[in-house]
Design a protein around this ligand. Structure first.
Ligand SMILES: [Zn+2]
Length: 475
């Protein structure tokens, strides 16, 4: 049991509707609210993996760990809906710092084809460590590279890393089947044939997928993108996912180049191709979703298909600005994501929420998105996309995934009239003091509970150096 004592402020949930996000919007007048929705000075009791009581002066049960939260803003744990953990080992490479997506991919595939067991294990630990330390409690990963020399159980290595660090993990089993010889982008040695992909996807679901409402291990299927996967692979993955009741994910509508590729290769726009493959629906979410037109946004809303918004990556690669404002107004399910670390290049989840807040305003003006809406997509929105129900709010009976940030610091002084929004508008240190996942502390006093941070840093740096040397791009 854990008792969070005397929380300075609790953000019980992000905004779930435009009206919630803009109090007073209905009568056209903004209402000055001294204290925005949330709770101040309450205790939160966590028993097993659920929040069981929220109130003032809750007596500490025998044996409970009591955490003084009087300096903290407590938020529902942040949810990351798209990542490529292995890219932590190839971030910030000089040769592609200024490249756009297709050129960036062509260069990096030549490095990534050297990925081995050690690289997958240490990059997974590294990415998860960064996510946890910045308030993330549930993440997916999209690993789609299975080099021909790779023999070990790749998802098994990732699940081992997640279990050791204590994060809730809902990764995808990715795949690529269209290499250069078939008009795709990846090198031949990094793709698998369609039958093998299907067999390995099925084996991964059977071995690791736990469909329970409080699952710590879910599996989804994720053919990489229209330019690295055959149409047959897309269809087969959708059929297999439906047979096992698991979710589906892919990259879509990320760049204008992708539109051109799909028009010339398939004679269709990317979303039309997905529709034809049965790859739309409430069990599907796409990464990026920048270049959808109005009719396509309506289709996403109608079919309840989700989008993982990746603001930093989209800015870094100059891909464009996702129409999140219009998606939310249409009722499209949106989640937040840091994306892979070769295009962000940080797994900083709180920082990503700030980027989402600012980037929408570049496109739509200062009223483009509210802080509460950003928290809504970064918590409950992401949880829905990854297939969780009672996750993403601080309410009795909901799963105990929370993050505590100390706001009694220089950078928040003068900003606490709206304590939760201060985490997005202010600050330069996105590290959480405490992070609780499934009722257990995964970060305590700013340090990982389940791992030695220095060991992760040293091993990750060593493996990265070896990988770059092997690919001939070392410093
Ligand atoms: Zn991606």
């Amino acid at each position: 049991m854990i008792l969070l004592r005397n929380c300075f402020y609790v953000l019980t949930s992000g905004a779930r509707s435009a009206h919630e996000a803009r109090p007073g919007a209905a009568d056209g007048r903004a209402r000055p609210e001294a204290v925005p929705p949330g709770l101040a000075g309450v205790d939160i009791l966590i028993d097993k993996n659920r929040i069981t009581r929220i109130g003032r002066g809750i007596p500490a049960p025998a044996g409970a760990e009591v955490v003084d939260a009087s300096r903290h803003v407590v938020i529902p744990g942040l949810v990351n809906t798209h990542h490529h953990f292995y890219q932590t080992l190839t971030r910030n490479l000089l040769a592609v710092q200024d490249a756009k997506l297709f050129d960036w991919l062509l260069y990096l595939y030549e490095v990534w084809k050297e990925l081995d067991e050690e690289a997958v294990y240490w990059s997974s630990r590294l990415a998860i460590a960064e996510l946890l330390k910045t308030g993330c409690t549930l993440t997916t990963d999209h690993h789609y590279l299975y080099p021909s020399g790779f023999k070990d159980d790749l998802p098994g290595l990732q699940f081992a890393a997640a279990t050791q660090l204590g994060i809730r993990f809902a990764p995808t089993r990715g795949s690529m089947s269209r290499s250069k010889k078939d008009g795709g982008l990846p090198p031949d040695s990094t793709v698998q044939d369609e039958d093998r992909i299907l067999a390995e996807c099925e084996a991964t679901i059977k071995k690791y997928h736990d469909p329970a409402p409080d699952s710590m291990r879910k599996v989804a299927l994720a053919p990489c993108s229209p330019f690295s996967v055959s149409e047959r692979s897309m269809r087969d993955s959708a059929d297999l996912a439906r047979r096992y009741g698991v979710r589906l994910h892919t990259h879509l509508a990320e760049t204008a180049d992708e539109d051109e590729f799909c028009s010339s290769m398939y004679g269709r726009r990317p979303l039309r191709l997905m529709e034809d493959c049965g790859f739309v629906g409430p069990d599907v979410w796409y990464a990026h979703g920048i270049h959808f037109n109005d009719e396509e946004l309506d289709l996403l809303a109608r079919t309840k298909t989700g989008v993982a918004h990746c603001p930093s990556s989209n800015m870094r690669l100059g891909s464009g600005i996702c129409r999140v404002r219009e998606m939310l107004d249409r009722g499209v399910q949106v989640g937040l994501a840091v994306d892979g670390s070769a295009s962000n290049d940080a797994s900083d989840m709180l920082g990503e929420a700030r980027q989402a807040l600012l980037l929408q305003r570049v496109r739509y003006g200062s009223g483009g998105i509210t802080a509460r809406e950003v928290f809504g997509i970064a918590t409950e929105g992401g949880a829905r996309i990854l297939g969780y129900e009672k996750l993403g709010r601080i309410e009795e009976g909901w799963l105990a995934d929370l993050a505590l940030f100390d706001v009694m610091k220089l950078e928040y002084a003068g900003a606490l009239s709206d304590p939760a929004a201060a985490l997005l508008f202010c600050g330069y240190d996105h590290g959480a003091d405490h992070v609780i996942v499934n009722g257990k502390l995964a970060v305590r006093d700013r340090r990982l509970v389940g791992a030695d941070e220095e060991e992760i840093r040293m091993n990750s740096a060593k493996v990265s150096k070896r990988l770059l040397e092997k690919a001939g791009v070392a410093r």
